[in-house]
Design a protein around this ligand. Structure first.
Ligand code: IPE
Ligand code: IPE
Ligand code: MG
Length: 246
């Protein structure tokens, strides 16, 4: 199997589980369960096809406001996923990590998450990051609090704050920013996902709901990404060549 040039870091906003279930007259949790299967498929494919970092938005800071039954169902599903996936992660040498305010997760989930993270730590395959109880504004707020404490303790001066220092205090401090952000199910917004880190990310939106997302769709997103000209505020190389007559 040959693959197009791989973005180093892909992040996915896995949206549309509820609408997908509703379309089939099923409860929302049925959609979440189907979505978990797709997580498995896409993660394994990404790892085997040379993606270095895959970050999945699984549960947002704002999702806590959903009905208790749905939140509890999602936490149970997360626990089951972690329990079942450990072997597959180890087999594919996938390193698991998480971003977000893990303190808010139920103790059973937190404990299991920590144990799977420990078991997969240092593996040399893809790094899979689950965004759990994650909100970008919450993440930046926590980073500011950490920096504020260092100022209060006299370790640094306010003028020492720079983008690198802010990055070092974010949950994503040890990973590169996402090259490509995919959002399924039609909405074209970030919903508080990686607002700092997405400053120069490319976006790919599809109407396909997450439970119906496939490896082909994933590859289509990458193919589209490969047609983009990432300029980072500079003039494009092809334009410079044209002007200089090269
Ligand atoms: C995404 O699907 C999963 C989570 C946010 C946990 P949704 O549950 O948001 O599904 P829709 O957007 O209501 O269809
Ligand atoms: C974003 O989806 C969160 C996840 C995919 C986990 P939401 O469904 O919560 O976002 P909104 O409410 O449509 O903005
Ligand atoms: Mg949604």
């Amino acid at each position: 199997m040959t693959h197009s040039k791989r973005p180093k870091h892909i992040a996915i906003i896995m949206d549309g589980n509820g609408r997908w279930a509703k379309a089939q007259s099923e409860p929302r949790l049925y959609g979440h369960r189907a979505g978990a299967k797709v997580v498995r498929e896409i993660t394994t494919h990404a790892a085997k096809s040379g993606i270095a970092y895959l970050t999945l938005y699984a549960f947002s800071h704002e999702n806590w406001k959903r009905p208790t039954e749905e939140v509890e169902g999602l936490m149970k599903l997360l626990w089951e996923y972690l329990k079942q996936e450990k072997a597959t992660l180890l087999k594919n040498r996938i390193q698991l990590s998480s971003i977000g305010n893990a303190q808010r997760l139920p103790l059973t989930v937190r404990t299991l998450l920590a144990s799977v993270q420990k078991a997969t730590q240092g593996l040399n395959g893809m790094r899979l990051t689950l965004a759990l109880s994650y909100g970008g504004q919450d993440e930046i707020t926590r980073a500011m609090q950490k920096i504020g404490q260092k100022i209060a303790a006299g370790h640094i001066q306010p003028e020492d704050i720079n983008p690198q220092m802010i990055e070092q205090n974010l949950d994503t401090h040890d990973m590169p920013p996402p090259d490509l952000i995919i959002r399924t199910s039609g909405e074209q917004r970030l919903s508080n996902f990686l607002p700092w880190q997405s400053a120069y990310s490319e976006f790919y939106f599809t109407d396909v709901p997450w439970p119906a997302f496939t490896v082909d769709e994933f590859e289509k997103a990458i193919a589209t990404y490969n047609l983009r000209d990432r300029r980072y505020g500079q003039a494009s190389a092809s334009h410079i060549q044209l002007v200089q007559g090269q």
